[in-house]
Design a protein around this ligand. Structure first.
Ligand code: ADP
Length: 633
């Protein structure tokens, strides 16, 4: 039983294929995690890195409390089940299951007890004396599972274990593996390309594409709140409908016009509070996503719904309990081809529809999904990153949502009328502005607070639940952006300071004490040369650098050291910098400095000027390989 933690895990194969990029996840003990995505997305590579069958290019992998990057597979306390069973053909089922235990020289009676117990759990007791070739695919996979469970691993890894089985057996084995997980109470990590398998088995699912994690969430949340168009399309059958259209805010409503057709609907603006205003200008085209089950042809739904579109029916698929109706919202369209007007509807109304019929379809717009046309990211993210607000600056005061706050010295600007980009994590709790709490929702470990200020919506994120109806809020001014007339008037302070650096070997002659006498000796040290300073690296850091870049590459590769303003201090020695000015943000002060071409910020309450030195806190730095953008530390 163990947690598994993956931190900034990368895999670059020797031929340059970047199979896994910056994989971050905390897998809790006893979870059933499924990695899912199309072929080649990097799911097996990730699993094989956890198993120890593949080297990790960069990042840290922990099983329980141990970093296992360099640990042999056999020492990792994991068991793996493969698609092709990997059974020994000349051994009986009993011998196959017992094999690993015999290697580990367990007493005979203990082996016998474990094999019988596993066979019992898996329902293969009567086959124990048979050879694998006498068994069906499903039975062979049970033997492979048996071999894994007798090892009582901390983590069970399964790589497409059911893909060699026929559909019926797959469904049955799916349920059995679920039962096995419940019984063994062990962490399971399961790889599949089949979204139905993922949705029915996982407590949480990792959706991957092209080596990148797209979303990590529960099956329900992936289905209800896909973060991008890829996840939206990958989860759910038949696939979500994707139309193209524009959104125009008119008072309390938004007019949605569909492209390539005259269809249009009006929806309440309250459903689109989280959207950036620029999406509501009637110009910007977005993808409008609706699942087939969120569209209805039932007359009572059509009668009671304002969001109704006309559909020309092209054909249908009768599935017994329901019918899939295919059609088009463009009268000249063809419901056979996937397009921006093709529509698929799950119909339970029992209506007898014929090709060419024109019907009215009610769209359940409470369940609409919107995606940016270029980035394909959700326009309505569950946890919005920003509040987009109109604002005014007058005599050093910032006015927004009917509130007025004094701008601190660091963010002064001339009088203006413009837009305020206020990150949700820049709305702090405990300030002087009084907001009303509408809701507090826990979303993957953070709390999203829906507030109203001056009667208008304002979102904030918090790490604690909030219950009070009236909440005092403030603003972290170093995170805000103010624009006016297309120009940025106030910019946020960068979250990270960057220094160019190299990993170097330093040879010195130093006096060392040998048997009570001081002697000169050659000493070799590894460390980071950042500008003109040298910082000795810990053994752990050096190992990570060598693992990621190799012995030769370690010293030739251009690196970037990253460090935030809170973990950088003015010191007697370190990186030479020029102090430019002190920025007063009201509650905090920062020193703005120049290091070479870079501007960096240091949290300090003391005023400095001229030449100074900066010392990063090595417990809190990041090291990134610039060319491949790989975070090594
Ligand atoms: P999946 O399991 O999602 O189908 P993989 O993890 O097997 O994907 O592969 C991810 C990517 O890495 C693919 O582009 C694949 O071609 C590549 N790849 C896998 N193994 C190797 C290898 N040994 N050498 C080079 N490239 C590889």
């Amino acid at each position: 039983m163990a947690d598994v933690s993956l931190t900034h895990i990368y895999k670059v194969y020797p031929n340059g294929t970047k199979a896994v990029n910056d994989f971050n996840m905390q897998i809790r003990d006893k979870e059933f995690i499924v990695f899912v995505g199309p072929s080649g997305c990097g799911k097996s590579t990730t699993l094989r890195m956890i198993a120890g069958l593949e080297d990790i290019s960069a990042g840290e992998l922990k099983i329980g409390d141990l970093i296992v990057n360099d640990m042999e597979p056999k020492d990792r306390d994991i068991a793996m089940v493969f698609q092709n069973y990997a059974l020994y053909p000349h051994m009986t089922v009993y011998e196959n299951i017992a094999f690993g235990l015999r290697l580990r020289k367990l007493p005979k009676d203990e082996i016998h007890r474990k094999v019988c117990e596993a066979a019992e759990i898996l329902g293969i007791t009567e086959y124990l004396n048979k050879k694998p070739k006498e068994m069906s695919g499903g039975q062979r996979q049970r033997v492979a599972l048996g071999r894994a469970i007798v090892r009582e691993p901390k983590v069970m890894l399964l790589d497409e274990p059911l893909s060699n089985l026929d559909a019926k057996l797959r469904t049955q084995m799916r349920a059995e593996i679920g039962k096995l997980h419940a019984r063994l109470k062990t962490t399971f990590i399961y790889v599949t390309h089949d979204q139905v398998e993922a949705m029915t088995m996982g407590t949480r699912i990792v959706v991957m594409k092209d080596g990148f994690v797209q979303q990590i969430d529960t099956p329900k949340n992936l289905y209800n709140y896909p973060g991008n168009k890829f996840v939206a399309g990958f989860i759910g059958t038949p696939q979500m409908n994707f139309f193209e259209g524009t959104l125009l805010k008119k008072g309390d409503n938004v007019l949605i016009k569909f492209e390539y057709t005259d269809a249009q609907i009006t929806v309440p603006y309250s459903l689109l509070y989280k959207a950036k205003p620029s999406y509501l200008d009637g110009q910007k085209v977005v993808y409008i996503g609706l699942r087939p089950e969120d569209i209805s042809l039932a007359p009572e739904d059509v009668k009671n719904n304002k969001a109704v579109v006309k559909v020309v029916v092209s054909h249908k698929e009768d599935l017994g309990s329901e019918t899939l109706v295919y059609g088009d919202i463009n009268p000249d369209g063809d419901g056979y081809v996937e397009s921006s007007t093709r529509i698929i509807i799950k119909d339970n109304s029992g209506r007898d529809l014929q090709a060419g019929d024109v019907v009215e379809a009610a769209l359940n717009i409470e369940r609409v999904h919107l995606f940016d046309k270029e980035t394909e990211e959700s326009v309505l993210p569950r946890v919005p990153e920003y509040n987009y607000l109109d604002c005014e600056v007058k005599k050093g005061k910032l006015k927004f949502l009917g509130a007025e706050v004094e701008l601190p010295e660091a963010v002064q600007t001339d009088d203006l009328k413009g837009e305020l980009l206020l990150p949700t994590n820049a709305v702090t709790l405990g300030g002087n502005l009084q907001a009303e709490l509408v809701s507090c929702e826990e979303i993957n470990g953070v709390y999203l607070l829906s507030l109203t200020l001056g009667g208008k919506r304002l979102y904030a994120v918090s790490h604690e639940a909030v219950e009070k109806k009236s909440v005092g809020i403030g603003i972290d001014f170093k995170k805000i952006t103010v624009t006016a007339d297309g120009e940025t008037k106030i910019s946020p302070m960068p979250e990270l300071n960057c220094f160019d650096c190299k990993f170097v070997k330093q040879k010195t002659r130093e006096e060392v004490e040998v048997k009570g006498k001081l002697k000169k000796k050659k000493v070799v040290r590894f460390g980071f040369a950042a500008h003109d300073a040298f910082f000795e690296a810990s053994d752990e850091m050096s190992q990570k650098i060598f693992a990621a870049l190799g012995i030769k590459g370690a010293h030739t590769t251009a690196l970037r050291m990253e460090c935030d303003a809170y973990h950088l201090a003015v010191s007697e020695n370190g990186i030479a910098a020029e102090a430019l000015e002190t920025l007063d943000y009201g509650t905090e002060k920062f020193l703005k400095c120049k290091v070479g071409e870079n501007t960096v910020y240091v949290k300090t309450d003391t005023d400095y000027s001229g030449n100074i030195c900066l010392l990063p806190d090595f417990e809190h730095i990041g090291i990134v390989e610039i060319e491949r953008e790989i975070k090594i530390i």
